[in-house]
Design a protein around this ligand. Structure first.
Ligand code: ZN
Length: 556
């Protein structure tokens, strides 16, 4: 056991190496820098040299990195195969390196001294570099206290430099974000690029680094600021809505903070579920940190899970999660479960917003609406950002109406909120969209026809009266009459009734099927959601005489 105790001495990076193993497994799954064959090759080479060592010290075997960890105080890192070599003393290190070098040359590999660095640690302290006699070729640079060596992308010296890594990752992340959001990409692809091109700069490190949540929240704020500056977002738009899926009416962006928390939860679960004997050391290290009241990955993860209503029971080898209802979540499903819980939490946040969240929440609660009412956000992938941003402003009631500037933004002290167009109703988003009498005959009618013609053309095609349906943005208007052998369709043609009491005769569309002897009346309206039932009744009442009249038409 003294051997393992030595391994944990603060000067050694052994602990970070084990964590690295988790990282490397993840790394492999995503984008491997080395192929499996390469790794096997390197491992074989190295194990040839150290075959006399006890098996349990072979840390990287499980991931195929092939390196041995030695108890000791000096280490060097070779970037070519990305394996640190540890040795008890400089003399030993030199011997080992010579061996590795020879073995590598035997199999045709070259050792690149310029990409290596050496660190001498004595009793946990970094030693000032002396004349460097290490290595069997060119001299290898010694790391000073303020210098870093990059191992698997992570800056390290005696230990990993969490702060510096965050600083550099943040810089790159924000740089990529600025490029993405000022580009001519469509909104859908900007979000996709943010999640898959910018965010991984940060999330790659999240498995191993410990970062303050406040910093991650700040980065999220920076993200939103960049979006606002590029006209992709209203400054007062709902934050929660930005981070829920587009299919639910959100923007589908991933937040740095929640990504970090989800990754920490998954890493803790993975650590506790892993049966590899070497990972046991990390687990013990973490468990001891919990016992001693020190910072621990397990403690952090439990805290993050608790925020989402999951109590983690991190027992080896079967960690489980327990929901607030006492339901058990399997270790494999904890990640997905946490993601769902996060979504539910954001949704509740939106439902509680009385202004920005109201209209979207109304749609969720509406049992008559189809689930796909937000599908344009996912399916219209070429929609430019300003269109989606404007749509968001409508949904979140952020149009600069009088009601908005008096009650929400409070930029106007004017208490008169009457509509500037009709002077009657309150000038709110709902009024402008569906209640203003000044717009009824112009804008509303255009909108009505533009939407109804799509449905109408689809019906015409189904009845074989046209061959193609023009796209929604096409200026083509339907003709008043389409005559087929069996079916005749009318677009906005009044029905001339025999009986005089039929006044409401101008219906949007009519399809007369001679074979089946039916007339289908098509009428479309855009009531405000709260007004829908009332509008339905109104239409049924309005056209009741006409329906009666049509029933008396001979032959139908
Ligand atoms: Zn009005």
């Amino acid at each position: 056991m003294t051997f393992f105790r030595k391994l944990r001495s603060p000067g050694l990076k052994v602990y970070s190496c084990y964590i690295l193993q988790i990282l490397v497994i993840e790394f492999h799954r995503q984008q491997s820098e080395f192929s499996r064959a390469d790794l096997g090759f390197v491992q074989e080479t190295i194990s040839l040299v150290y075959q006399d060592l006890p098996k349990e010290i072979n840390v990287f075997d499980a991931v195929g990195l092939g390196s041995k960890v030695f108890p000791g105080v000096s280490s060097t890192t070779g970037q070519n195969n990305k394996s640190p070599i540890y040795a008890a003393s400089e003399a030993k290190l030199e011997r080992i390196m010579k061996g590795v070098r020879n073995a590598m040359e035997d199999v045709g590999l070259q050792w690149n001294e310029r990409k290596c660095a050496v660190v001498h640690v004595r009793r946990g302290r970094l030693q000032e570099p002396e004349e460097n006699g290490i290595g069997a070729g060119e001299a290898i640079t010694s790391l000073r206290e303020d210098a870093q060596y990059k191992f698997l992308g992570v800056l390290e010296n005696v230990k990993q430099q969490d702060g510096l890594v965050l600083e550099q990752a943040e810089k790159e992340y924000l740089k990529r974000l600025s490029v993405v959001w000022s580009s001519p990409l469509s909104d859908y692809y900007k979000v996709l690029a943010t999640n898959q091109f910018a965010l991984p700069v940060m999330s790659y490190f999240m498995w191993t680094q410990v970062w303050p949540i406040a910093d991650l929240q700040r980065i999220d704020r920076e993200t939103r600021k960049i979006m606002v500056e590029n006209g992709a977002r209203h400054p007062l738009a709902s934050t929660d809505q930005l981070y829920i899926p587009r299919s639910s009416g959100g923007r589908g962006l991933k937040s740095v903070e929640s990504e970090y928390k989800l990754i920490k939860i998954k890493a803790a679960v993975k650590l506790c579920a892993n049966t590899d004997p070497t990972l046991k050391l990390v687990r013990e290290f973490e468990e001891r940190a919990v016992d001693k009241g020190r910072r621990s990955m397990l403690k952090d993860a439990s805290g993050f899970a608790r925020e989402l209503g999951i109590e983690l029971e991190l027992e080896h080898p079967e960690p489980v999660g327990r929901t607030e209802e006492g339901e058990l979540v399997d270790k494999k499903k904890i990640g997905v479960f946490a993601k769902k819980a996060l979504y539910t939490k954001r949704r509740q946040g939106i439902e509680e917003q009385r202004w920005q969240g109201k209209l979207v929440a109304n749609r969720w609660q509406d049992d008559q609406l189809d689930r796909s009412c937000f599908s344009l956000l996912c399916e219209w992938r070429t929609a430019p950002t300003y269109t989606i941003a404007a749509l968001e402003e409508l949904y979140q009631q952020l149009l600069p109406t009088k009601v908005y500037s008096t009650r929400k933004a409070k930029t106007s002290g004017d208490s008169d909120v009457r509509c500037r167009l009709c002077g009657k109703g309150q000038e709110s988003v709902a009024h402008v969209l569906a209640g203003c009498s000044a717009l009824a005959q112009t804008a509303y009618l255009t909108r009505h026809n533009a939407a109804f013609k799509i449905l109408f053309f689809e019906l015409l095609r189904d009845h074989g009266l046209v061959n193609t349906v023009p796209p929604w943005y096409s200026p083509t208007q339907p003709k008043p009459i389409y005559e087929g052998e069996k079916v005749t369709a009318y677009w906005d043609v009044p029905v001339f009734a025999d009986q005089t009491e039929v006044r409401a005769n101008r219906i949007d569309g009519r399809i007369a099927d001679k074979a089946r002897k039916t007339v289908t009346l098509l009428e479309m309206s855009y009531p405000w959601v709260d007004n829908r039932d009332h509008k339905d009744e109104e239409k049924i009442m309005k056209y009741a005489p006409l329906r009666l009249e049509l029933e008396t038409v001979p032959g139908f």
